[in-house]
Write a protein that binds this ligand. Sequence first.
Ligand code: GLN
Ligand code: ZN
Length: 781
Amino acid sequence: MSKPTFPAASVLGYPRIGPNRELKKALEAHWARKTDEATLHAAALQLQKANLSKLAALGLKPDDASLPGDFAYYDQVLDATLALSALPTRFADLADANGAIDTAASFILARGDESRAPLEMTKWFDTNYHYLVPEIGETTPIKANATVLVENFKAHAANGTTIRPTLVGPISYLLLAKAEDGAAAGFDPLTRIDEVVAAYAQILAELAAAGAPWVQLDEPGLVTDRGAELAVPGALAETVYTKLAAATERPALLVTFGYGTAGEPTRPGATQGLLARAGVEAVHADLVRGALPTAEFLGELAGSTLVAGIVDSRNIWRNNLSASLDILKSLRTEVEKANGALAVGTATSLQHVPHDVALEANLPAHLPEWLAFANQKVAEVITLAKGLSEGESAIAAELSAAESAIAHRAGFAGTTVAAVRERLANLTTADFSRSDAQTRKEAQEAALALPPLPTTTIGSFPQTTEVRTARAAHKAGTLDDAGYEGFLKAEITRVVELQEKLGLDVLVHGEAERNDMVQYFAENFDGFSETENGWVQSYGSRATRPSILWGDVSRPAAFTVPWISYAASLTNKPLKGMLTGPVTILAWSFIRDDQPLSISANQVALALRDEIADLQAAGIGIIQVDEPALRELLPLRAADQPKYLGWSVDSFRLATAGAVDATQIHTHLCYSEFGEIIEAIDALDADVTSIEAARSRMEVTADLTSYGYSRGIGPGVYDIHSPRVPSTEEVAELIDIALGSLDPKALWINPDCGLKTRGYAETEASLANLVSAAVAARATL
Ligand code: GLN
Ligand code: ZN
């Protein structure tokens, strides 16, 4: 029997937040109890319908399952938890009479309630999207609940639209889960796979009964090292999909593998071949982050469709259509040898890019032509499918428009700036190193004369409504430059006076002038632009608006110096200048696809190096370069990590190595679980590193000691993620734990992170307790 052929053009998923963040508004109104659940459901359905009609208008067929059915109120992994009724024990009371999790209960899983914390949130592969981590134990209920999926399918079918219901696949679901607290030591959620597969089989049967011709199961877990072990012949991926495919009552299956190469990296296409032979009708490959499947494996497609994820869904650049078409044509030749078919798709869901370039009215004139957001990418997929079936002449206009945009981009003055290139080309190893740490330490001790256990903060002070209002007024033009500068100076004065009053040793200016720790830098560097509406979901109802790095980076003028030196002029205490590091600036922006990230990182590093030189010249003796995203960009595969750590550490060193011995360089990393990258953190060669540590009660200090870490270290002594004020005793206890393993001369006392999300009342009280605990500890040394 021949397998059904997957639609020739499709996308793996579409942004869920809405072109005008409709979903955010609907969710937040509901959570604030301003609307009831029926209103929320109606708003969500209306948004989905609008999105689907947009996709159909762009050319995806409404009736052949090429339209993605990937809507989620909060998160796609949470939705799989709902489909499995997999309520963790600590939420067991939320089950309804059938053991199912309803919408209200799902929001408690996502957001917690008075008595319990929400499900943990963590990064979705190497993206800035965050999912809710399933908590699976030996007895977590696993029971199919297809109601939401079936109802959603039917709601659109009634409207004449055949969507393709989409779920995180069973293997990835369990790979993304963590063992529930209280599970036996070493318990692996994957041991529950048989029950999960049985539940998926039932869900598939119910969707088939409702009329769904295709269902998409996302298995990005198989692009990791752990997943690769499960993708070899005879291992879990084969058994799971053989079982799912064997059912007679089921829709046709598309299994996707975004975010890299599925299975063994040296055998691209092997996993797709394996699943095709297991009976799966369509298999996907990410051709952007993953390797091109080789002819050997394409020959194993067994009549299945290969969905070629050739349009980049993680970045915003216009596709090189003619290059893509060439790849697609050669793939098709191989695929057809195995009686398979080739379809065109995206590398992953489009959830990682904004909706529509057409919503940007204020980009620099050269930029829109170079860009493709979700809607433009859908059009690219359709164009490529058309070119593939009808030949180049059928898409001649699109090919030539893409070609001229790409040529324009390559030749544009700001894309390659000779002065920037020359500076990079002339770097020597000396530009990446400072003198030895001990010499610096002595010079800094003499210059700074700090007490033992110096107290400081991580940089930002509360961003009050007044601060945000003034910034918005300045942007809107209702507050002039002079008025805004006066406002910021008054704010800085207040923050410095407060720190003096509290008795902190190293002060900061408070970062009131910054909308965001990355965007502020992008706005002040050449080579970056900002969007107005380029929102991308970060988690739940939250979205960020990444800047676009499109050209060679340089810094036209000092920009942090005026604020920071103004703050320094108000105090006799050392004032710490505050910058964002190169990796973090790139990690939270859309990046160039026309050069290695390491080159962009060094360009940003040189721009920061100029700023550091100017801060130093202005008399600033301590400069912090934040790199909270250093660990975020760590490649998924262990084999790829050393190279990344090499260039990322180098870029930090390039940014900071111009500082003289007496200038103390700090860095801040938001996390503390850095077992695997501790060497890299040491190699940053920062004089002082602050990290998060309060919630784990200083667990990290023992690791640092066993590593032999000898630099200054500020493990956070209180958690800034909640308004709770820590008592002096609590802070003192944590200082005591740290002193138990760390050299008192190396220890700094600071909060876990910046204070911008906090209010002044709790900030003042917490910092007062921090200072008194530090002063008391000092007396015991
Ligand atoms: N200096 C920044 C702040 O205090 C650091 C923020 C961060 O680590 N994410 O806000
Ligand atoms: Zn932080």
